[in-house]
Design a protein around this ligand. Structure first.
Ligand code: ATP
Length: 937
């Protein structure tokens, strides 16, 4: 068969060609066998950086090359030991950089894997969700609105199915698909209406298809090179830091030149000054900064994954910390999406339903007495419609865990054999529909019993725009249209009503009674669905939903509880304290939404509820006037979401917006942080989003925001540490040269300080725990400078103090015997120890936005370990006889150690005391801080 002729074949030919049962699909073994031939269903990846190139890149830095050159020269001049040590340090530095970047790269790749696409496949007669890359030609796949088509497929069944194929054909409007063969030889892709192409989207309807081509054989594969995902994963902060890094290179080089020139002018030997200068430049340039930023981001992202938030676009990690409004869906995000029908209303009668969950156990009660369906035609019809116009299934399962326990128990006591193992009723499908299936099953109307008399002919799927779903079913007496949906919408399509067992015209009075009953159920926080039906004329075709869903007979209402998620109330109070507003946006009825918003504490005093129809009547200016005060948007359509996002953005908000359906994608894209649902979300929304909630839970958004804030603060912490350390190093040398003193540090010592302090402690700061009040202050501005909130001042002042204290310690030691070379070595050792210790003490300061005295220094175990190992390495350099000649050090005496500790501690002590004093004064003027609450992840 020619590769491009699948469109000409009918179902039987396809079945034969691919040797597959069109209902049961392939068997697992057959699929595995076929995969050996067809390979994985993947497009080949773009170029990736090999570890070797990554390693080489570490030594490409201009200053590192200069240092290597200079070392080579000094080696040639006879300073072998110096040369070897410097080269060793450069290699170590390179290795550290490599490890950092490699880890960062790997974490990024792992993240990509997490959001890899999946497909619903029928194998061995059962439907299962598999990674899309496992598909093989001949697989039978099920697709629905919002799915990305996982391979090139030939449609076998289509129900009102449309696909958006602009990526391939340029056609921006979704095209209608069908499953009939097309009898033409060569036809353009756009006309192959019975083929679904890999990478295109199903925008409406449902379908079943057979995979005909996979991986690089697909149409998308042919142009894979053109569409290679080149999206940059660099965050704005990374970009800004790169720019900053470039500026710092020039500043460091400039200062280094001044230091070298001053040294030479004051009589230092030119070669020694040159090497010192280059070493200083290498040390002062914060070359590790970008890698540590990436690691902090990547590790933070991994922490988020543990809290069930999957970041798809790295830049959103930064934006998360700035979020000032969260617009959240209600069903499933704020509520549990575990629906149970508890109340019914039909023909003016209010009924109660007993039973919990999806188990078909319970009764329908009227005034406390069980209803008998045999004598209740209206109720019977209502339950039938609910169960027929439905795609959900409830399945009885026997959890293996329970069975295990039972078995264990049996062994202990043979007599204690219970009659049945407890079973659990699980839902397959939409919870709203599952609740209706369970309701009917409680009264004996199971899908099996209904299938005896009714068979489905057509479906008009539910969509949140229309808020209705209909099916055409055939039965021995003819055909019937069953519709269910939002009561207010459904009622507008009804002209009759079931009342007292008969069909009566739907008068304004009766209509009002339905609306009142709907309002009454909804204000009790119930989600309400209406049910209607009509018999179809024998030759009626019902081509479109609009045509079909008219002149209906209204039957009644079903109210279902959907309890709020327990953890959400706390999460909402956390957001409130963190200056973040939570807005509920729901397709549900205003009264239901308002009741739940009250239960969760979303509706603030003075806050309002706006409905979709009110919103439609407003223009953008009018919306802007009220949007800051609206906490609940009810009965909205997905298109409203975009207007809401834009209006909030015009108010200067950084908006996080959730969504699950295919129509939510534009709003998710427009939001500053688009959030999709991991469980119920469609591929389209997932791809448009920057964050996926693994558990569809609102508290996960709050957890992600907390992590986002923490990551940013950690980045600020190690920038503060690294830059203050570098300023300290440069200023020590600079002051010494200006004052005509000898070199306070030799090149190897400078490089060593850089290696040890820039490495581990900085990385440990990148994974520091958040400060207690992280979620107690307003979000930072999206345009905030990284040096804002006095960070720049902290860096310069601390660098200055470290430089001065090191120099004073050096000078105090040197002046004991000026001009004596042995004393110079002692003084250099003192300066070396002082600089290292001052930096290692300072690293604890950096953990707090105030000072070291405000946090437990031992909380970050990585940091404690990093600092301890740095101290040990310093002592090794000073006390191991083997290393002393290499690092030009001598062991210090007690007095010298006292000098080192006092001078290295002074900067922290001075700044800390200042902060405590300043803080006390401020606190006595301000009100007390609010105590923080931990959000459960
Ligand atoms: P959220 O956006 O908070 O998730 P939602 O899930 O309640 O809101 P939709 O799914 O758009 O919003 O539902 C809107 C209304 O449509 C519901 O209030 C209900 O009356 C009706 N509805 C929901 N699911 C179905 C369905 N499967 N069939 C028919 N009608 C439905």
């Amino acid at each position: 068969m020619e590769q491009n002729s699948w469109h000409r074949l009918g179902a039987e030919e396809l079945q034969r060609m691919f040797s597959v049962h069109l209902q049961k699909g392939l068997s697992g073994e057959d699929a595995a066998e076929r995969r050996k031939q067809s390979g994985q269903n993947e497009l080949s990846e773009g170029k990736t950086v090999s570890p070797f190139t990554l390693l080489l890149n570490q030594f490409k830095d201009f200053m590192v090359l200069v240092l290597m050159g200079a070392t080579l020269v000094s080696g040639l001049l006879g300073e072998y030991l110096d040369a070897i040590t410097i080269i060793a340090i450069i290699l170590l530095n390179g290795a550290l950089g490599f490890v950092q970047e490699f880890r960062a790269e790997r974490s990024l790749r792992a993240l990509k894997q997490l959001s890899a696409p999946t497909a619903k496949v029928i194998r061995d007669g059962k439907s299962e969700i598999l990674p899309a890359k496992m598909l093989v030609p001949g697989d039978i796949v099920l697709l629905e609105s919002g799915d990305r088509i996982p391979a090139d497929v030939r449609w076998l069944e289509c129900s009102a199915l449309y696909a958006e194929e602009s990526a391939l054909t340029g056609e921006s409007l979704p095209v209608s698909k069908h499953s009939e063969p097309i009898h033409a030889e060569e036809i353009p892709l756009g006309d192959q209406k019975n083929i679904g192409f890999m990478g295109t989207m199903v925008t409406r309807g449902t379908g079943r298809a057979i995979v005909v081509r996979t991986g690089m054989d697909t149409e998308m594969g042919k142009i894979a090179d053109l569409i290679q995902n080149t999206e940059s994963q660099e965050t704005p902060l990374q970009h800004r830091l790169e720019q900053l890094g470039k500026i710092l290179i020039y500043v460091s080089l400039g200062l280094t030149i001044v230091v070298v020139a001053a040294g030479i002018l004051h009589g230092q030997p030119a070669t020694a000054m040159f090497l010192a200068g280059v070493s200083l430049a290498v040390a002062a340039i914060p070359e590790g900064l970008p890698a540590i930023v990436t690691i902090a981001l990547a590790l933070g992202v991994q922490r988020m994954i543990k809290r069930k938030a999957i970041v798809r676009k790295l830049p959103s990690v930064e934006t998360l910390g700035c979020a000032s409004v969260i617009c959240s869906d209600k069903t499933g995000t704020l509520t549990q999406n575990k629906m149970t029908v508890t109340r019914l209303w039909t023909g003016g009668r209010a009924l109660a339903v007993t039973g919990e969950g999806y188990a078909p156990a319970g009764q329908i009660l009227e005034k406390g007495r069980a209803v008998d369906l045999k004598h209740d035609q209206s109720l019977r019809r209502m339950l039938q419609v609910g169960a027929l116009c439905n795609n959900a299934e409830i399945i009885e399962t026997f959890p293996s865990e329970l069975r295990g326990k039972r078995k264990g128990k049996d062994k202990v006591n043979e007599l204690d054999k219970g009659p049945v193992t407890p079973s659990v009723w699980e839902l397959k499908g939409d919870p709203t529909e599952g609740a209706l299936v369970a309701l009917s099953a409680k009264m004996g109307l199971t899908s099996q019993s209904l299938a005896v008399s009714y068979s489905r002919e057509k479906e008009f799927p539910f969509d949140s725009e229309r808020k209705l779903m209909s099916v055409v079913v055939g039965h021995p007496g003819g055909r019937m249209l069953c519709t269910k949906g939002a009561p207010d919408v459904l009622l507008s399509r009804c002209t009759y009503m079931l009342w007292d067992g008969g069909v009566v015209p739907c008068t304004p009075t009766l209509r009002q009674r339905v609306l009142d009953a709907n309002e009454e159920l909804a204000s009790g926080a119930l989600r309400v669905l209406g049910m209607a039906y009509r018999d179809m004329r024998p030759n009626e075709s019902a081509n479109s939903e609009k045509e079909a869903e008219s002149q209906l007979i209204f039957i009644g209402l079903a109210g279902m509880i959907d309890p709020p998620r327990r953890e959400v109330r706390d999460a909402i109070s956390v957001t409130r304290r963190a200056g973040i507003k939570t807005v509920m946006i729901t397709g549900d009825h205003g009264a239901t939404a308002e009741a739940i918003a009250h239960q969760l504490g979303i509706l603030q005093r003075g806050g309002t509820v706006l409905t979709g129809s009110q919103l439609t009547r407003m223009d953008d200016d009018e919306l802007d006037k009220v949007s800051d005060n609206v906490y609940v948007y009810a009965r909205v359509s997905p298109e409203h979401k975009l207007r809401i996002v834009k209006s909030l953005q015009r108010h200067g908000h950084v908006v996080a917006m959730t969504g699950d359906g295919v129509n939510d994608a534009p709003a998710i894209k427009a939001a500053d942080i688009g959030i999709s649902m991991g469980i119920t979300g469609t591929d389209v929304t997932k791809e448009a989003s920057s964050l996926i909630l693994g558990d569809d839970n609102f508290s996960t958004i709050v957890a992600a925001i907390e992590e986002g804030r923490n990551i940013y603060e950690n980045i600020r912490k190690f920038i503060r540490y690294l830059l203050a350390s570098n300023v300290g190093e440069i200023l020590t040398m600079f002051f010494a040269m200006m004052l005509g003193l000898p070199l306070p540090l030799v090149p190897i010592q400078i490089l060593w300080v850089n290696l040890v302090t820039d490495g581990l402690p900085a990385m440990a700061l990148g994974v520091d725990q958040p400060e207690k009040d992280l979620m107690e202050h307003k979000p930072r501005g999206a345009k905030e400078n990284i040096f804002a909130r006095r960070l720049g001042w902290k860096i310069v002042s601390r660098g200055l103090l470290i430089g001065l204290c090191t120099l004073i310690a050096f000078w105090l030691t040197l002046r004991i015997a000026p001009g004596n070379p042995a004393q110079l070595v002692r003084a250099q050792s003192v300066a070396f120890a002082t600089l290292v210790m001052a930096q290692l003490i300072h690293v604890f300061d950096c953990r707090s936005s105030r000072s070291v005295f405000h946090r437990n220094p031992f909380q970050n175990k990585y940091l404690v370990l990093a600092v301890l190992s740095s101290v040990l390495l310093m002592l090794a350099v000073m006390y191991l006889p083997l290393l002393q000649p290499v690092f030009k050090t001598v062991p210090l005496n007690f007095r010298e150690w006292c000098l080192v500790l006092v001078s290295s501690g002074i900067p922290t002590f001075l700044m800390g005391a200042g902060s405590v004093w300043g803080g006390n004064r401020k606190r006595s003027r301000n009100r007390p801080m609010i105590k923080s609450t931990k959000i459960s992840a």
